[in-house]
Design a protein around this ligand. Sequence first.
Ligand SMILES: *Cc1c(COP(=O)(O)O)cnc(C)c1O
Length: 803
Amino acid sequence: MQQSDKVTMLKDSFLAELEGTFAVSLADATDLQRYQALATVAKKLIASKWRRTKENYRDTGAKQVYYFSIEFLPGRYLRANLLNLGLLTEAEEVMQDLGVDFNALLEAEVDQGLGNGGLGRLASDFMDAMPSIELAGNGNGIRYRYGLFRQAFVNGYQVEYPDDWLKNDNIWEVRQDSEAQVVHYGGSVYMAETPEGLRPVYQGGVDVLAVPYDTGMIGANNDVVNTLRLWSAEVPEGVQVSVSERSVLESISGELYPDDSNEEGRRLRLRQEYFFSSAGVQNIIKHHLADGYSLHSLPFQVAIHINDTHPTVVIPEMMRILLDEHGLSWEEAWGITTRTVSYTNHTLLAEALERWSQGLFQAELPRLFQLIQEIDRRHRLAVASEHGENFAWRTSPLQDGQVHMARLAAIGSHAINGVAPLHSELLKDKVLHDFYTLWPEKFSNKTNGITHRRYMHAANESLSALIDTKIGESWRSLPKDITKLNKFAKDEDFLAELQDVKHENKVRLAEWVKRNMGLELNTDAIFDVQIKRLHAYKRQLLHLLGILTDYLALKHDKNAYVAPRVHIFAAKAAPSYYYAKQIIKVINEVANMVNNDAAVNQKMQVVFIPNYGVSLAELIIPAADVSEQISTAGKEASGTSNMKLMANGALQLATMDGANIEIIRAAGEENAYAFGMDTDTVYSHYEKHDYSAQGIYDNNPVLHRVLDALIDGTIPNIEEEGRAVFDSLIRDNDEYFVLGDYASYVATQTRLGQDYQNKTAWTRKALANIAASGEFSADYTVAEYADEIWNIPHKALAQQESK
Ligand SMILES: *Cc1c(COP(=O)(O)O)cnc(C)c1O
């Protein structure tokens, strides 16, 4: 279609939808109605592609991957979908013609907050990448009634409101009643002889109906639309339950568990894990058989990928279905299961490795528990003779009254991957070392990626358009083509244009902050950004100590030079993570103090933007000059905000952790600010027990003064929280080595501040980052998964072949 035809078509359909659905004129329609009308138009445009994709997969028997994830974090869909449909600029034109505020229309869509952070966002990045490279890949998860809480600050404290994201119709989803599955919980089970052999007999327990809602995942400028299937819990028809029993059952998809790093043994969470795992596997096997295939061909037709250990119960659940419902032998069922399932590990934090109490597990999932006992028995038997009893014990799924999910995942899958090279090495050397000894061939690395389409093409249209004028548009579908930009590193006009775009984006963010928070930001200052979940290991605290250092220097030393900075934080803390919430309070009070002190606020400002989520990320990231990625080395598996920020021309201020290492290598060390201890140093402190926070405090007078500010009344209103932070650092010896990296951080910030003053040289570094960001596209990441783990074809990404 011609551009002008597309514009006419969009305009006509939009106006017709508005009138047909809401019986309003354009002038009387609300932003929400306008959004819903345009979203409906977009949805109708994908419908036939979606149907054809589904039919095509079925008719050709194409192998498909199902990405099982307890979280997805899609954000808003409309702008990204219009982009992938090749209609974003046309929609802008239509709205301009009609005098509609397009941004207000887009902002009427609520973020689908069905995830906590990086893990869920990665899943959604993959949902965008897979159809875009014509890969048959679907998502499987939970349709939480309430997403992660909505965060507000009251008196500097985080308060949590329910995220009622389904309050308005969710235009994108399609309920599929005929695909519903029954999921069984509790009761007891014993084995009995039947005409079909030994079969389990269930007594008691409850059935829950899992009803799927499907959302089309639209490929970029192609005809592929894959499916994200999210399950909702209902009471099966005809089952009599009291009102309170009903609400207990429906609560299984009631709300997202708000913690992505500490797993507290909670019955509901276990039920959630089984809920989408069981419904997903049952549904896959049902269709596999209905399409006329044998169970033995399952691994050739289907790949099931588990995003971290939350869906690990797919392993015993598949065994249950194959053994109990289809009468396969253990060996047959085990072969099929392990060849179908693959597993990504996402964490190096010991406390985040999932474990369930056996009592709880057995009470909720009695048959699965029996099957895990058998997996456990066979595993011990198989490894004990060669590796000894102790090794068998260390690697057993059942140990010390707990079910160890990472062990079960490692045993029951054919591939295990980490998400950045350092992380994958640490898995082999430390976290899963025993399993690496057993099966080195299972292990690989698949570095995380991001979708440039959302975080750059759509979120930073002016930057993307500027790049098009220099190198054409091939980089939009072949992200590594963006390296062509390097040719323009000496083109001062181009560097000036890049600067203008950055400034424009800073102004846009500043306007938002002014409107929503009443604070006027200095857009000539360095926008120094740290946006991610609030966690001790991510060390927002180190950033804060840097801020206090500048503040005290400006207050007490007339000759102090501090490069003007706007420090931007955005982060949610898990509601039960008390210490993280105390850090939020301290940052907010420091922000208050700094922003209201005329002696310093020309040089520094601190803003903590509430309710971080995908849409805020899309606003903040294009405006960032500096990307703070300052986790303790060896703690962050990969990180992905580092990649998004790089693609938008922010420079990394980063420890050698996770994917920071590859990002800095790709951009060039001279174009990033690396600092701090490396992983070996951190591990050496663990081994030698020679880290002394008190010693650092005693020997660094500047740091001493900074830490005292937390407890001596310098910062108003933080008596309790300042003391808590101080104690965690000094009395408890600073678990995450904040003080150990402090001097290096401050020195690096000083150097960075000086470098920023030469705008051309700085922008040249930004260009190097943008130009190096292509390899971190999720398009390549999922292609690698498809080639090396799933064995599924996809569109060739040219540079990959020429590598
Ligand atoms: C990218 C992203 C994350 C992940 O951030 P990290 O810094 O990698 O932890 C979390 N939340 C949102 C909304 C994101 O867009």
